[in-house]
Design a protein around this ligand. Structure first.
Ligand code: C5P
Length: 235
């Protein structure tokens, strides 16, 4: 379909939200590792363990291990050393775990793994956040945790595309902004409350787009991925 390598060839991270390894690998087989990266989350990793990561890597995919670590620094560092040995491309920790935890994670994964922080879970609204004891407004909490993550040496944060513009302005050009909640125009939003098209998210400052169902539930996932990449090229 394309003659030349495109700028956005690997901007898209496909969320492999499968329940087991067989399902995950079948889905991966519909995709081209030179066109996207894959996200393995808690469900798939709990079901299939490091073997699924290794199987995806054997198929030449770079893996984003979305395990959102949050524990005492020593425990997180131990887990991060294991992740480093697995050779994943990206890993998440919770920024609310604190600066010492994030610094320990950074030291443990080294520089080869892109380490990004989760700020405030998008499932929490202002009231739910207040109920956890956080008094400042939600946006201020997101900004503070994002700045904290960068100060601790993380490579960036996971955020809603709707927060990308503000965070990009506050943090500058260097940090990675990884944004879920992406829906191409005309695709059902599902359970995501605030969605954005791929092109608008990149224009807002997103570095990588996490796309799940818009690709994985499409009748032709490779075609759905191509359409997204193309929408980024023309924008
Ligand atoms: O199917 P969909 O594109 O909504 O999937 C988005 C992926 O990003 C899922 O794996 C979901 O768990 C994840 N995610 C999210 N919102 C966040 C963090 C992660 O949708 N704030």
């Amino acid at each position: 379909m394309k003659e030349s390598k495109s700028l956005h060839e690997k901007t898209v991270i496909v969320a492999l939200d499968a329940a087991d390894q067989r399902q995950a690998l079948a889905l991966a087989d519909t995709l081209d590792p030179s066109r996207c990266r894959l996200k393995v989350g808690k469900e798939l990793f709990t079901a299939a363990g490091p073997a699924v990561v290794e199987a995806l890597q054997a198929k030449q995919f770079e893996v984003f291990l979305d395990l959102k670590f949050h524990d005492i620094p020593n425990t997180v560092a131990g887990a991060c050393r294991v992740v480093r040995a697995l050779g994943v491309w990206m890993l998440t920790v919770h920024a609310s775990g604190g600066r010492a935890m994030m610094q320990a994670a950074r030291e443990a994964v080294g520089e080869d793994v892109n380490l990004v922080g989760v700020t405030v879970l998008t499932s929490l609204d202002a009231e739910a956040l207040r109920a956890t004891g956080v008094e400042r407004p939600l946006e201020a909490q997101v900004s503070a945790l994002a700045a904290d993550a960068c100060h601790a040496g993380l490579d960036g944060v996971v955020c809603s595309a709707h927060e990308a513009e503000r965070l990009r302005a506050a943090l500058g050009p260097a940090p990675l902004l990884v944004t879920p909640g992406i829906r191409p125009a005309g695709v059902d939003a599902g359970d995501q409350a605030r969605v954005m098209t791929p092109a608008r998210a990149v224009a807002a400052g997103a570095s990588y787009l996490v796309v799940g169902r818009a690709i994985t539930q499409a009748s032709d996932p490779a075609r759905a991925l191509d359409d997204i990449i193309q929408s980024l090229e023309v924008s």
